[in-house]
Design a protein. Sequence first.
Length: 181
Amino acid sequence: MLASALATFGVGAVVGHNVASPEPDPTITVTAPPAKVTTPPTTPGPDPTTSSPESPPASTNGTVLGSYSVNLGFGHSIPLGPTKPTQSQFSTTGLGDLGTAAPADHLVFVPINGDKMLSLPAGSTPNYEACASNTVFANQADSAPGTSFCLIENGRMAGVTISSAQPAYVVLNVTVWANTA
């Protein structure tokens, strides 16, 4: 029988069955640590049930530099800057931006040193737009409570309201804005 199998399949087939097949190479498995995934923090979106007002674009014009109240009496002048004038800044020789006069014994305010004064309606509160768009130039402003005016200075604009008048002085409310226009 062996002879007939050899005759049928050939010597190589029988020998091939008796030869051991090579073993496969061992599989090497490398386990890497899990990848660290970092997600950027997210900011919550707006709540659809509420809305926030849009901010107006920033502008160098109209930026508030300072706001204060100051007492000013006859015979003195003061600068109108970002901060309230100190005692040493009160002048009797006409230094500053705003001076006083007393025609017919009535206290009035006058622009000095090249500043321009703009008249505003009585009882109004000065704001940047009102001062910047106004073209009613004035030589003086009354000292009565409720009087409002603007002063245009170099690089600044001041809005002034007379809040009260005492026998010896007047109380001014002042707001100063940057004015690069």
